[in-house]
Ligand binder design. Structure first.
Ligand code: ZN
Length: 157
């Protein structure tokens, strides 16, 4: 191999502030990354998959869900992760887009995604007890937090 680029990466292991399950749609990368920084998350383990938290709430198949759960468990094992952040977003191709999936109705889409996030959080809490969960819907104007109930043992920000 030929060296084609140089940089100095930190060699120390780190503790992960949050594993983040988000969609790889690049339109929301910058805004959501800024928000994570605002939350004080310095070291994150990003788990970027098409649909984001959809893989936990409405997976295409059970393997998709198991894959994401496996990634979260690995983050916990390697980096002592105690918090998982779930993300879904507007006009997501995995849901058929805003027009295809929700007839262009942003309110219907937002309500649907809130339900999705709650389902994802509950399933995650069952699969990995004692993990703190936060859930966010991202649209073209900002980020919306879902208040998760504490009765099911889910962390409320
Ligand atoms: Zn997406």
């Amino acid at each position: 191999m030929n060296k084609v680029f140089h940089f100095d990466a930190p060699r120390d292991r780190y503790l992960c502030d949050a594993a983040v399950v988000w969609c790889f749609d690049n339109r929301f990368q910058l805004g959501f990354a800024k928000f994570l920084k605002r939350l004080g998350i310095v070291n994150s383990d990003p788990i970027k998959v098409a649909g984001g938290a959809k893989c936990l709430s409405s997976p295409e198949n059970e393997g998709e869900r198991e894959f994401v759960l496996g990634q979260i468990r690995t983050s916990i094992r390697l980096h002592a992760t105690k918090r998982v952040i779930l993300m879904v977003h507007s006009d997501c191709g995995a849901y058929g887009g805003l027009d295809g999936g929700f007839g262009g109705d942003a309110r219907v889409e937002a309500e649907h995604h809130e339900t999705e996030l709650r389902r994802a959080a509950e399933g995650l809490e069952k699969a990995i007890p004692d993990i703190e969960v936060q859930a966010y819907f991202v649209d073209f104007e900002g980020i919306w937090a879902v208040e998760l109930s504490q009765e099911v043992g889910v962390f409320k920000p």
